[in-house]
Structures are given as structure tokens and as C-alpha cells.
Design a protein around this ligand. Sequence first.
Ligand code: NOJ
Length: 746
Amino acid sequence: MQVHKSIFALVALTVIFSCTRRNVSSTVGSTSQVESRIESILSQMTLAEKIGQMNQVSAGGDVNNYVDALRKGQIGSILNEVDPVKINEFQRLAVEESRLGIPLLVSRDVIHGFHTIFPIPLGLAATFDPALTEEGARVAAIEATAQGIRWTFSPMLDIARDPRWGRIAEGSGEDPYLDARMAEAMVHGYQGRTADSTSMAACIKHFVGYGAAEGGRDYNSTFLTERQLRNIYLPPFEAAVKAGAMTLMTSFNDNDGVPSTGNTFVVKDVLRDEWGFDGLVVTDWNSMGEMINHGFGVDRKDVAQKAVNAGVDMDMMTFGFVSHLEELVKSGAVKEKTIDNAVRNILRVKILLGLFENPYINVEAAKAVQYAPEHLASARKTVEESVILLKNDGILPLNGTPRILVTGPLANAPHDQLGTWAFDGEKSHTVTPLKTLQERFPGRVEYVPGLTFSREKRSGFADVVAAAKRADVVLVFLGEEAILSGEAHSLADLNLKGSQSELLAALKTAGKPIVATVIAGRPLTIERDLPNVDAMLYSFHPGTMGGPALANLIFGDVNPSGKAPITFLRTVGQAPLYYAHNMTGRPYNGETLLDDIPAEAGQTSLGNTSYYLDYGAYPLFPFGYGLSYTTFAYSCIGLDKDTYKADDTISISFTLSNTGAYDGTEVVQVYIRDLVGSITRPVKELKAFERINLKSGESRTLTIQIPVQELAFTGLDGIKKVEPGEFRLWVAGDSASGTPVSFTII
Ligand code: NOJ
């Protein structure tokens, strides 16, 4: 049994969360029974049948297309079929009409919910609540497995530090520690703490570095050094492997010239040999074939050889394995034992999921669990914890029953509030802010959309301004639609699109309080819009239950507690800007900004430090930032010792006080800085966090424990270890606050 490296405990109560190795259904037997069962099946398979297991195809809705291939055992997995009747038929052909009766792995991108859609993963990360995130993944698994889907291509663990990249929506943001905790939570949620027929294999993706695409342009090259990989991009994957993730997907990008799907170093050396991963490695969609586009292989045969020899087990939609592996084995270019290992990894997942015992699903029962009331309640609670309060001039929370103007392109956008990768979420089930408010305040809500969609350009908002004048308060919902983030949807400009900023400016002329809610797939650059609103909530696409949750937050039934899992930029030109950057030799020191530079200023008169003349050195909102309706104060921060050894645990105590008028939840964050290393170190690194509920006026003394080993990193000698020396440590409500305490490691 593994133990989480950071342990957070209330004074008297020590809570230790445990990471389990992969769960094994009680019906499938012990590890050795599973392994001997694999060997027994393998020994009966022809080479063609083995290669068939390594082939994954998109079902495309028509079972008839695949009858022959299924009977011949040429398909190991299908994706993109969600009709339970058809899934049963696919399984029947594999189980009852193929020679060995090996069931199919039926897969789908169940990314943030199946039917009940939760916030996009960036929104899940904003909760800083792994337990609730696990619950959401469990809900997704219950709904999806009921329809026969036993493998999801989630969680996405790509660290993303450039919000131009559209897929930033699909991950946990910029920080490896937060990403790792969310990764473990999702793996446990999908697969279940105790494996049963609701267990869905998780697929950690995209391995690796995909989020570092140059310029935030999707599919672009990355140039990550081995040290960056080991210190930033690999740790979330390693944590997920330790948590028992059953499968992993290789990424589209080439890193320093080597496409991931043919990258022996990351797949074989690191994943297989160092981490001992015995799960299934699948390519991304045609990422094997795309190695030809990369110029890394001459044809499908060549890239199939490179992928399988790098350690890939299953080919998603290149058809390179089914077409060429047999001849590659016969020519000796690929060893049969490589194929055998791949098939073992595939069979292992099928056995552990109990698919041999229970390949079919009950179609009628499947309907009953979709959108179950407890699933909707869990989704609503997740949105409530995920929304970030960025500004509040005192207007929020609203109370009473004011006359409300509801406006903006996202106020009633049932499809768009679901966000990217919500294939199975149906907009007919979405509850929008408008719908909620109309139901909650009958006769008190006037709706004038102003803009029908975010990109609409319009001049003059006389109708909206007139309506604002008739209201007591304006609730404006704006941002970006689902289509503007996600795969292949990068943006070079992150300001509000269309005439949304003009809408806000026009609304301000009405002189009524304005509460803006931005609904988006990434942190947009909203600096210029903030002065036009009295309060701003930021909701990463919230999913099915966005409306009720947002209303609960705006009217104070729930106090906001979400925190930024990603730095909010002032302007896109600052990208990438993230809190855990290394210190430069010339850190910013408050030098002159553009408007204050005198004419004919001498070249060196401004000082020479690291900043932009026009935008300085700081973001709009730092990582970890988020307001509450109450206020929190930290005091009496102290450590149990001044000096620690490598195998010690640091015990940090502090008092947290709710100093405001509302009960609330604070996400306590602990950051450290290693002052001197064999390589330069980040100025701050998150090492622990926890959500703490406090009543108004309540104070509590708390203890956080961080094993010194959590401070290990891969240094100049390439070995991961804790380097002795001086450290600083902050306990604070975001990455830019707090007063540090010092300690030394000997
Ligand atoms: C491509 C995407 O990159 C990946 O995330 C997804 O899981 C597969 N397509 C399957 O849809």
C-alpha cells in the first residue's frame, strides 16, 4: 500500500488517504490466477489473433461493418459506440462467434461525465477537492458502464501553461502537484475503489508533454528536456500509475524530434522499466500513422514497427498493426515476444474488468441510472466548489427578490455550458442560469440576451441598457462557447470575443449593479472588463447543473471557494506565465512601465530586470487565487523543527480564522522554495492543500504534514533526491500571498 506523500491533518485527527494498487474484482481471482489465465489464453492464440487484439477501431454506428473481422478475432477494442443494444451485439459477435471468445474493450471519451456533465477538468481542478472529483468520476463510470462502456480516455494529465492551447480545458492546469492529486482521484473514481461491473478503466493521457505545444498551437512540437519531463510533466503520470491506472495513451506531439508513439525513452525506459507499468498502452487516434507526417517513418509498416518496439500495445485507427505486424514478426523486425507482452497487457485489462464473466449489459437497467438525482446533485455541488470569485465590490451575495435583468450570450446556452468533450451530454437536460433564475424568481426576471452568441458583433445596446434601467441588478453571463476550446481549438487572442466587452461597457451606463459570470474553457484576458462590473465570477464550462449552482453562489446559498488552477494573464502576450517559474538572474524589481518612460530615456536608465515594458511582470490573478464572501486570516505559522533529515516529515502548524461575516471554505495552500540547488529551482512550488470549512468568527489551529521526500527533484546528476540546504515555506490562500518561514535540510 502506498501512502500519499502529503498528509494533511486537523490537530487531533490524522487523515491518511491511501493510494491502492490496481483493484482486482473478487470474481477474477488473485494476481497469480490472473497471470496464469492470461498465459492460458495466450497459448491458444495464433499470431493473427494476437495482432487482432492489438487493433482498435471506431464503431461508426454500424455493427455490420465489422461482423467478419469480429468473427476472425481481428478487433480487440471499439470506440465511439454508445448504443447499448449495439454494444451487446458487438460483444456477442466477439464472445460467441470468434474462435476464442475474447470480449471487446468498449471505449469512449467520457471526460467530465457521461450523460450528467460535470465541469470541464480545468473546473474540476478549481475545486482543489480530490474527494469530490473522485465522486464525479464515479458518477461518470456508473452511467457509462451501465451502457457497456468499460474504458474511458480520461484523465488528461497534460500540464498546460499556455492558455492559447485549447486543450487546457481538458486538464488540471499548470501545476504538477495539483494535477497529480486530481489524477489519482479520477483514476480511483473511474476504476472504483473496489472493482465491479461499474469499473471503467482509466486512460491517462497524453504521454507526454503534449500541453507544452509551441505557441499553444495544438499538435505542435515540444522541446522539453529530460529534467523538465522528470520534474514537471511526468510526475502526474507516475502518481496515476501508482494509483493503479489501467491504461495510458501516447500523445500526438514530437518532443525534441521524437514522436511519443515511437518514443522508446518515455514509453519503454520510463513507463515500463522504471515505473513497472503493466497496463495497456494505446496510441492516440492515428498517432502512429501521423509519425509519417512528422517525417519519422516512411510508411505504415515502418511506423508500426517503431511503435510496437517502443512499447505500444494497441493501435487506435492507424490499422498499422493489423496490416503489417505479421510480416514484421516473420521478417524478425519485431519479436513475437513483444507481441505476446502487448497481448498480455490487453488481456489483463479485460480480465480485471470482469469482461470474460460479464460481457453483456442490461439495456433496460442502463436507462435508470442516467441523470439520477444524486448524480445531478453531485454535479451541482462540484460547480459550486469550482466557480472562482474574482471580484466583489460588496454587491455579492445578492439577497431578497430583486428585479433582475438576465443578459449575455451564455445566460441561456444549454449546449455551450456543457463545454468541450461532452459528446453524450444532452442539452435538453442542461439547466441554464436563465432557466434557474426564472424558476426561482417568477415574474422578477427580464431576459434580453444582448448577443445571441459570443462572437456576434453588434453596435448599440439600447434595448439592453433600457432593460437594465428597469432592473435592480444586472446578471450578465458571457465568455466563450464550447467550440472555442478543446482539441485543435487554440486561440491567439484571449479577450472576450465579439461585442461582449462593448455590452459590458454599455450596461455600465445604466448605473445599476452588474454581476458578471464568465463561462469559458480557459482563463480569458478580462482585465479591461473588470472595471465595468461590480462583481465577477469565473466558471470554467460548468456542465449540466451550471444554472442552479451559479444561482446558489450569486444569492449566497453557497459561499464561493474555487481557486485558480491556472494563472490568469493580463494580456495574451504574457503567455506562458506561471507561478512556479525559475528565478532569473535579474528578477523584476518594480522598474518603470511604458507610460512613465520619459522621452529620450537613456538605454540603461530603467534598470535591467525581467519584465515587459507594457505589462510588467505579474499576472492579473495568480495561481491559487479566489475570493470568498468572508475573509480568512492566517497566523502563528510555525514548524516543529528548524532542521530536517531526508526521511523526516515536516509538521507545519498555523491558525486559520474566518474573520468575515459569512461561514466559508478556504483552500489552504502550502508552497515551498528550495533556495539553492544543483540546478535552479522554481520560486515557489505547491506541496499540499486542503479545503477547510470555518464558521464566521471561528478560528482553528491546524497541522499539515509534508514528508521531506516530497521536496525531491531530479537535479544535475539526473538522480531524483532531496538536496540539503535552506528552504522557505508559505501557508497561504494563493501562490502570491503569505510570509515565509525558514527551515533547513541536512
Ligand atoms: C484524439 C484525442 O487527442 C484524444 O484525447 C481522444 O481520446 C481520442 N482522439 C479518441 O477520441
